[in-house]
Design a protein around this ligand. Structure first.
Ligand code: G4P
Length: 536
């Protein structure tokens, strides 16, 4: 038996529950339709009765995730949590990711907690900068990706050209499972490549509920759609000839991606996507611990924290640590140990949080996400486990920052609060905090993937810690990792500076590639390793 307080669950139960889980994130370049698709998926599973209840942009359908004033002001969603719903016999965990590219560090962390991802492309824009970066991260981490070409109801690119782009620009083999009938802008429906049938979509009022769908055999399709249908069939034949037929192994090893065409706003193709996730997306698998030993799914409870969020509820200013369950069963109220500190804590308040919706959570299985309320000692990357033997999962990767700023308290009488605030922001991963003996504790350097992270950090130091901050941008643009030995050889000089991250990694920052080249000439013996987004 696996013990979890009063609940006794057999290992077979845990394995069965894990097998029902599909844990994934929707990722995209901003504006491709991520929020719209998330809502459409949730609507399909009928967890929410009205579009807009999850979160949306400022003014859109009148509902905004408003826990943070900045979000409201900017109309962006910074929060990220998980939505769980049952779909048929499956339990779907949809992890939210922030829409703005400046918060891609959060997105990368969420990717450490999923088993697959849905990549959304805008039919008219194709592969955009953020899409390319995210595809790259998924490939490095071996995350299988399903591609959903969105906005087919509007004029856009040619479907074959979009597929070519996937091969040419990211070396990912597209394996379309549906093929559009009708150009972008004249979306009639799709050819289901697995059975050769035509699925015709019908608009419903406002697209707020599931789209109308009719299925026809090829003869009826040809009679009704004429050349649009025959063109779709010819193009689908071309795909088959160019290696575009579905291959489960290639999807699971992240070297090829199933592709679907649809329109999130009209709910076209959304059911197909959900069915596909349930059918094909990987189930939770044993996670490797720090010694690369797999932690069996039916071992005692373990989880790791991938996100810490403060102030989600403005009236309470509470802190929620989100953890992905890796093994065993979690039951609210059980005592778990933080592997980093060795300290136990009770889990009385556990929630599921998504946008504005919260509900108390009682049990969770591998693949699920638990929100631990006011577990203030938890940091991103911490492992949680129950009983001995202890387990520890590798920490989450940190990311190549591209923007740097020195932070100083604007009001020196608030220095203590300033230091406390910085510790808090660091533990949540709002910004990376770099330090050096030369700059001291009173003037650490903030490092960020996107500059908007600085605004969030400054806003929070001011609003939560009443310690306004002065940020002075530093001119560095290139960052390299130094090993311990090199750290002693390389010292600050013109055009560069050496700082240390909280995890002890030394970073050399350079104003530009010339400054880096100078350093290389002066110290040919020193290895200056680049940091790669999502893999470091
Ligand atoms: P994001 O989270 O990826 O940033 O994108 P979001 O869902 O907010 O969608 C961005 C815009 O694209 C929205 O328009 C949304 O309505 C629109 N959109 C999403 N999916 C589709 C689709 O399938 N077809 C079409 N034609 N449009 C789509 P907006 O003008 O910013 O907001 P709204 O006032 O239309 O809601």
């Amino acid at each position: 038996m696996i013990t979890a307080g009063p609940l006794a669950v057999s290992p077979a139960d845990v394995l069965r529950e894990a097998d029902r889980r599909r844990t994934f994130a929707v990722i995209s370049h901003p504006d491709a339709g991520k929020s719209t698709l998330t809502e459409a998926l949730a609507l399909h599973a009928q967890v929410i009765s009205e579009a807009g209840a999850v979160h949306g942009k400022s003014g859109r359908r009148g509902v905004v995730s408003d826990w943070m004033e900045m979000e409201k002001a900017r109309g962006i969603s910074i929060t990220s949590a998980a939505l769980q719903f049952a779909y048929g016999d499956a339990v779907v965990n949809l992890l939210d990711t922030p829409g703005h590219a400046d918060f891609s560090e959060d997105t990368y962390r969420v990717l450490a907690a999923v088993d697959s991802a849905v990549m959304l492309l805008d039919a008219a824009r194709g592969l955009e900068p953020q899409t390319l970066k995210l595809f790259d991260v998924c490939r490095h981490r071996g995350i299988p990706v399903i591609t959903f070409v969105n906005k087919w109801d509007r004029p856009g690119r040619d479907a074959l050209a979009l597929c070519d782009e996937l091969v040419e620009r990211i070396g990912l083999q597209p394996m379309p499972l549906t093929w559009p009938v009708g150009d972008a802008g004249h979306f009639r429906g799709v050819l289901d490549r697995r059975d050769g049938h035509f699925v015709r979509y019908r608009r419903t009022a406002g697209g707020a509920t599931a789209a109308g769908e009719e299925r026809f055999g090829p003869q009826v399709a040809e009679a009704e759609e004429g050349t649009e249908w025959t063109r779709a069939v010819e193009e689908a034949d071309l795909l088959a000839a160019s290696g575009g037929d579905f291959d489960l192994e290639r999807f699971l090893d992240a070297s090829a991606t199933p592709v679907l065409f649809g329109s999130a706003v009209l709910n076209f193709g959304v059911r197909h996507l959900l069915d596909l996730l349930v059918e094909l997306a990987p189930r939770p698998t044993p996670r490797l611990d720090v010694q690369a030993r797999p932690r069996a799914l039916d071992a005692q409870f373990s989880a790791f924290v991938f996100k810490v969020q403060t102030g989600m509820d403005p009236s309470h200013r509470d802190q929620v640590a989100f953890a992905r369950v890796c093994s065993g069963v979690f039951e609210r109220g059980m005592v778990v140990t933080n592997a980093t500190t060795g300290k136990p804590f009770a889990t009385k308040y556990v929630q599921q949080v998504f946008g504005q919706q919260r509900s108390t959570l009682d049990t969770a299985y591998p693949g699920d996400v638990i929100g631990l309320v006011n577990a203030t000692a938890l940091r991103v990357g911490d492992t949680l486990h129950v009983e001995k033997p202890a387990v520890r999962f590798p920490g989450l990767p940190s990311f190549a920052p591209a923007h740097f700023a020195v932070a100083r308290p604007a009001d020196l009488s608030r220095s203590k609060q300033f230091r406390k605030g910085i510790e808090q922001l660091e533990s949540e991963g709002v910004v990376q905090v770099l330090r050096s003996p030369r700059r001291g504790d009173g003037a650490p350097v903030f490092a960020a993937v996107g500059p908007m992270q600085f605004e969030v950090a400054a806003h929070r130091l001011d609003a939560e810690f009443k310690s306004p901050v002065r940020l002075e941008r530093l001119p560095y643009t290139v960052v390299r990792r130094l090993d311990d030995l090199a750290h002693r050889a390389v010292v600050d000089s013109r055009g560069n500076e050496v700082l240390t991250r909280a995890d002890g990694v030394h970073l050399a920052l350079f104003t530009d590639s010339t400054a880096l080249a100078v350093m290389r000439r002066l110290h040919p013996e020193v290895s200056l390793e680049p940091l790669v987004a999502g893999t470091d």
